[in-house]
Write a new protein. Sequence first.
Length: 196
Amino acid sequence: MPSVEENKLKKRNKILEAAYNLFAKNGINTTPIDEVVKCAGVAKGTFYLYFHDKYDLMDQIILYKSAAIIKSVIEQMKNINTDNKMEAVDQLTFFVDAIIDYMIENKEMLSVISEKSSILYSLIIDNGDDNIKLDFDYLTDIIVKLGNPPENAKKLLLLVSTMIFTTASNAILSRSPFTIEEIRPEIHLAVKKMLA
């Protein structure tokens, strides 16, 4: 039998998933909370146990989805690099490609979070749980292995992640000024130059 905490988490995740799907389909401004709770199968009061309003919900969706993506990509990277012989630059290239591939396959997510891309990093760092912070530590360790000072690693991660997300989002969603196929090699080059 699930514990009280497991039930709470399940309800919260149902709200997050329902809202994500509705926001992707209809947009945040045209989706009322009543529609979110109906789709999630929970009472309106339950919504307010977890979220202040739909904009708080939106921030939590971004955190929830982004953390899942990053965790998945890092796990893939660790599975490939079991002997720890993969060069830091190759790990970084793998990470960039995996994130871009995920973005291509999940365009609906881009439309949901593109409005908040400028605060994505701070949402994850400031509001994420310890597991998310460990994932970011893994990435900053790669940046340090490339010869960057440890005190600059988080700043560089912010710059790189914002650049990747913004550039790839524009290329995927609007295909302007370049398609993702046209700009991907330049993203790799820019990341390597910024971090090497």
